[in-house]
Design a protein around this ligand. Structure first.
Ligand code: TRP
Length: 330
């Protein structure tokens, strides 16, 4: 096993979609078989947008159940809830003192929120809470608390990991070598998964297929994939088809080659192609979906997994915070 520590957080804001699965979750789960992985549900990061405890709790269970159902290796991976580790609040507070305000001003997410206000003629900071403004400090605390080497994130989070490096650097310069420099790893495939309309699968385009939709809903969604108007007998280019693009991520190499050939040969209508796609995705997801549903109706089991994760993560967190306090406070 590699000595490198992989860490990532997932915000509990709702059911991930197939694009998240293929681009981010599946590779993370693969990685968890060979690398020491910290995987947490970033409930504190959801607080700046979700002001409803029941909803955060429910979404937290969903993400935890989903990761376990998909086969996260709990021997190598420590799965925990961010807010369960009290050291995170301490480190967050301590790091504010070495974080330049100007760095926060440059955060893409904060700037985007300000731009929206400017566009509608509102006060620049209207509706922006400090949770949003200091979001990158909390994320830095996550990354540094667990001595992370590698942080796999989506492209939208790259700047945050760079901020973590900046802040670690400022800290080390003042107090001596205390933190490792984390490396962001940007999911390359995420952008390539098409949604129902052929554009990138994204909540903001309303074109997603939820990962664990009930079978009936999964089928309905897949049947709604937009296609061109070619007739069944027409020859088709698989690379131009959303159906084939999705199929590729769930089938074996031999199945993929055969499906591509069926497109090229002509004689397969889009209805048939969608049915083949549905059956493939459904067969891959049926077992994890059943496990997910089981866990969601037995949340005490999820709590037990998270409690075990908190114990293991807490031990690392205590050690790091001890070092930081000693460096800053003597
Ligand atoms: N901000 C990340 C997101 O919105 C979630 C997150 C929180 C995270 N803390 C993290 C990701 C630490 C990686 C490392 O997706």
């Amino acid at each position: 096993m590699s000595e490198k520590v992989v860490l990532t957080g997932i915000k509990p804001t709702g059911m991930p979609h197939l694009g998240n699965y293929v681009g981010a979750l599946k590779p993370l789960i693969e990685q968890s078989k060979t690398q020491k992985t910290f995987m947490f549900i970033a409930d504190l990061h959801a607080l700046n947008t979700i002001h409803d405890a029941a909803q955060i709790k429910q979404h937290t269970y969903e993400i935890a159940a989903l990761m376990v159902a998909l086969g996260l290796d709990l021997n190598n991976a420590i799965l925990f809830r961010q807010s369960d580790i009290s050291e995170i609040y301490h480190l967050n507070t301590l790091l504010t003192n070495v974080t330049p305000k100007g760095l926060m001003n440059r955060a893409h997410s904060y700037k985007a929120a300000m731009d929206k206000n400017i566009a509608i003629g509102a006060d620049v900071d209207a509706g922006i809470n400090m949770g949003l403004y200091t979001y990158p400090i909390l994320m830095t605390a996550d990354i540094l608390l667990y001595n992370s080497d590698i942080v796999p994130v989506g492209a939208d989070q790259k700047q945050h990991v760079e901020f973590a490096r900046d802040i670690a650097g400022y800290f080390n310069k003042i107090y001596g070598d205390t933190f490792k420099m984390p490396e962001p790893i940007i999911g390359t495939e995420t952008g390539l998964i098409p949604g129902l309309d052929g554009r990138k699968m994204s909540k903001s385009y309303d074109n997603i297929i939820p990962l664990f939709a009930p079978e009936k809903d999964l089928k309905k969604k897949i049947m709604r994939i937009i296609t061109d108007s070619k007739l069944p007998e027409d020859k088709k280019d698989p690379d131009e088809s959303t159906i084939y693009q999705l199929y590729k991520h769930f089938a074996t190499d031999a199945e993929i080659a055969e499906f591509a050939e069926m497109f090229r040969r002509g004689g397969m209508g889009y209805g048939t192609a969608k049915t083949i796609l549905f059956e493939k995705i459904n067969s891959v997801l049926a077992e994890p979906r059943a496990k997910y549903e089981y866990l969601m109706s037995n949340t005490a089991e999820i709590e037990a997994i998270l409690a075990d994760g908190a114990k293991r993560a807490g031990a690392v967190a205590r050690e790091t915070l001890g070092r930081v306090k000693k460096a800053m406070l003597g």
